[in-house]
Structure formats: C-alpha cells, structure tokens
Design a binder for this molecule. Structure first.
Ligand SMILES: [Zn+2]
Length: 234
C-alpha cells in the first residue's frame, strides 16, 4: 500500500463542484491550489469546495513563471491571491487554519529564493507534513527545506490540451514508468506521495470525469489518500 495526499491545481473552474462531490463520496480531502484570476471568475465554486471540506492553497494570481519575476512581483502575485482566498473563507464561513503556497509550473528556483522562502515563512505559510517522503529526488531538490508545496507524482493529464491523441490509457501507462519526477513509483509498496491532478475543464472535454477515472484506478491498485497534515517551520 502507498499513502498519498491529493492536490489539485489551477481552479476554480466549472467542474470544481463535480470534482469535490466525487472526492467527498470517496472520503478524500483535497488541497486545491487556486489562482487569483480564477477565483475572481468562479468565487462560488471555490466557496462550494471549501464548504465541502477542501483546503484552499495559493497558486499565484496569474500563473506566471516565478523564476522570471522580481521578488516584488512574486510577492504581489501571492498577496493579491491571499486576499481572494481570505474572501472565499469568509463567504463560506470557514475559519482558515493553514496558508499554503505552490509555485506555478513548480518553477521554484528563484534568484532570490531564500528571500522569497523567508517571506512565506514570515507570513505564516506552512508546509505539508513531508517527513515520511523517502524519495531521493525529493531530498536532492531540497524540497524538505522549502515552505512551498511541490509534488512527487504529477499525472500530467493537462497535456491533452495540446495533444488530443493522448488517451486515458497513456496516462495509466505513465504511472508505471520509472523515469518520473520521483525515484519512487506511485504504486510502490510503503511509498509516500504528494499527488498532483489539475482542475481543468479542457481535460474533462477530452477525457470525461478524468479525475474519477485516474483516482479510482490508483486506489484500486493500492494507493490510500489521507487527510493533509501540516508542519510549521521552526
Ligand atoms: Zn498550475
């Protein structure tokens, strides 16, 4: 059996309600990393997800590559979205306990990386409890030191936007390839993961209910999704 947290990026969207309804049915508590610009368009969907027990994290305002921004621009992207996330929590009447951040594209090698991480820490951002993740790759990339939240397995299902010849079976086959981000496979016994799927209507148009198909598959093959736990840096 392997144990995983579920994260879903880039929402909210028109399918957020369906996603959270399905996850609730399966007893999975996800972290949604929303962008500010999508929250502005789909505030009610965000509120709905939150009321159903999702945790909302910050995925920037406009989804830029942070490696190409100045420190000030990075901070402004985070702050604009923080305000919108606080608004969702207020509308939903839910107390916000955790502040989480994920870099767009996972592009986290900023020139002023230390300063940015310090900023996150000072603002009270916390990280996912990842002390049990044993992947060499995760250690090598310094992911245990950062406050930001990355992932160990990305389904990369968003690639169907540009290549509609890709099928459900292609993404299932990828689960078994040993050259993914992590040196451990998602289905390896005793492994621990942070799984990434995306909240994308475009994917749903090509592979309807893709999130259900992928998650039901991996759960059937030994993955158990657990409730997110957090860790504050000392
Ligand atoms: Zn993203």
């Amino acid at each position: 059996m392997s144990i995983a947290y579920l994260t879903m990026d880039d929402g909210p969207s028109d399918i957020t309600r369906d996603i959270i309804d399905y996850l609730t049915e399966r007893g999975i508590k996800p972290i949604f990393f929303f962008t500010g610009q999508h929250i502005e368009k789909k505030m009610e969907e965000g509120v709905y997800a939150l009321k159903k027990g999702a945790i909302i994290g910050n995925h920037s305002y406009s989804h830029p590559n942070f490696e190409q921004l100045t420190l000030e621009q990075c901070i402004s992207e985070v702050e604009k979205t923080e305000e919108l996330i606080n608004e969702i929590y207020q509308h939903a009447g839910v107390v916000r306990k955790f502040k989480l951040f994920r870099f767009p594209y996972g592009a986290r090698k900023l020139k002023e990386s230390e300063e940015f991480q310090e900023y996150l820490e000072n603002q009270g951002f916390c990280k996912l409890e990842d002390t049990h993740i044993t992947s060499e790759w995760y250690d090598r990339e310094g992911l245990k030191e950062g406050v930001d939240v990355l992932w160990t397995y990305d389904f990369t299902e968003y690639r169907v936007h540009n290549d509609t010849s890709l099928t459900y079976e292609d993404f299932i086959a990828r689960i078994y390839e040993r050259k993914q981000e992590s040196s451990e496979l998602l289905l390896d016994e005793e492994s621990r993961h942070i799984v990434l799927l995306h909240d994308h209507m475009e994917t749903n148009a090509v592979i309807p209910r893709y999130y259900q198909k992928f998650l039901d598959y991996v759960m059937l093959h030994g993955v158990t999704f657990i409730k997110p736990e957090f860790q504050y840096l000392p």
